[in-house]
Write a new protein. Structure first.
Length: 133
């Protein structure tokens, strides 16, 4: 990922429920600072993801649009920062976790995205744990 590039994106598309984020795990090939933002705009140029339901006995799909940056050379585009939520630093070949303890609540049609800051390139990856209430 390049500096100031969005690597992960989640938008609540439910018509009646709030999306609650428990935690976000991030990994990086090189030392990287990450910034979690609420964002507006239409996410593009990323790869659509299908959220995985950790309750394997339930067949319900999440009412959310989820994306990851397309590759180490390109992130998610079309987003504008609405507000900054948190910043985390991940060491080279390390793992960091934003432990939100179910405190981040995303209302209908609101989105969050994880942006890379001050990185020299390299692959980044992550996972966002969320549920609806």
């Amino acid at each position: 990922a390049a500096s100031t590039e969005y690597a992960l994106y989640v938008k609540n598309t439910s018509t009646s429920k709030t999306l609650v984020v428990s935690s976000i795990g991030i990994n990086s090939e090189v030392a990287t600072r990450f910034q979690l933002d609420t964002v507006t705009g239409t996410a593009a140029a990323g790869t659509l993801l299908t959220p995985f339901n950790l309750n394997t006995s339930a067949a319900k799909a999440a009412s959310a649009t989820c994306m990851e940056g397309a590759s180490a050379a390109g992130g998610i585009t079309g987003l504008t920062i609405e507000s900054k939520i948190d910043i985390a630093y991940c060491t080279a070949t390390g793992h960091e976790e934003l432990r939100l303890n179910d405190s981040l609540r995303i209302k209908q049609n609101q989105a969050i995205a994880l942006q890379t800051l001050e990185t020299a390139g390299g692959d980044v990856s992550g996972v966002i744990y969320f549920y609806f209430e």
